[in-house]
Structures are given as structure tokens and as C-alpha cells.
Write a protein of this length. Structure first.
Length: 147
């Protein structure tokens, strides 16, 4: 697969009702990094930590739908412009956000650096929470969610 195909495959695995953890993990380099929301969320280091973060997120929501609007590729870097909609497990509410995701891939075609840019205040407003609560949600350790 080329860089764009890899990212599209990864997004199709992430934007679904249920995560396919082994398939997601296979597209990540062992030393990959992920920042769920730049700049407020901490960077998750390593493929296992990334998968744990995705599992944490899926304890907060499911039915993650992704509408990819644009994709741009420059070498091994892929930019995606998307509209993502999820269903909150706590109350069934759907939230929608515009996202720019940037992915860097290594020479073997695995993702080494993934970062997401989206308006956390817009999401907080949809959820009826303040910015501090949103920051707490996004900065929670992978093992803390849903406890």
C-alpha cells in the first residue's frame, strides 16, 4: 500500500462501531507516537500505548463515523480533512467535529507519527461541559477512562 492507502485503511479501522485492535496495531510502527488533540492531549508513545488510548476512547463513545473530505500527500506525510461523528455511551448523544489528521509513515509504510487537530471547545459545547472538563477527558490516562 502507498501512504494514502495505509492512512485510509487505518481510518476505516478506527472509524467504526468496534475496534479491530490487531489490524490497527499492524499499521503502527512499534515506536509510533499519537497526539489525540494538539496541543492539549499528551503524546502517546509506542504502538501499544496508542492502541490503549483508542480503546480508552471507545469506552467513552462508539459508532465513530468518518467523512473524509480531502486528502493531501507529500512524500510519506498524509493530511486528512474529515468530519467525525461519534455516539457518546453515557447518554447516546451524537457529537460532530471537523478534524485535520496528519500522519507520517516510515519507509516500510507503517504509521510513526499521528496527530489530530480539532476544536475541543466546540465538542465541549455539544456535550454541555466546560473546557476544563474536556481537557480532563482528553488528558486522562488510558487506564483511567470508564473507571
Amino acid at each position: 500500500m502507498n501512504a494514502e492507502q495505509t492512512v485510509r485503511e487505518f481510518l476505516s479501522l478506527f472509524h467504526t462501531e468496534h475496534l479491530d485492535v490487531p489490524a490497527l496495531r499492524a499499521l503502527l510502527a512499534d515506536d509510533a507516537r499519537y497526539q489525540p488533540i494538539v496541543p492539549i492531549a499528551p503524546v502517546r508513545q509506542g504502538a501499544d500505548a496508542i492502541v490503549e488510548e483508542l480503546e480508552r476512547q471507545y469506552r467513552l463513545y462508539d459508532e465513530c463515523a468518518c467523512n473524509t473530505l480531502n486528502v493531501a500527500v507529500n512524500g510519506n506525510t498524509v493530511f486528512t480533512e474529515r468530519v467525525d461523528t461519534v455516539r457518546q455511551l453515557a447518554n447516546g448523544q451524537r457529537t460532530t467535529t471537523h478534524v485535520v489528521g496528519v500522519f507520517d509513515l516510515d519507509a516500510s509504510g507503517r504509521i510513526v507519527w499521528w496527530r489530530e487537530y480539532w476544536d475541543a471547545l466546540d465538542c465541549a459545547g455539544q456535550l454541555g461541559i466546560n473546557d476544563k472538563t474536556m481537557r480532563d477527558i482528553m488528558c486522562a490516562p488510558a487506564t483511567a477512562a470508564g473507571e
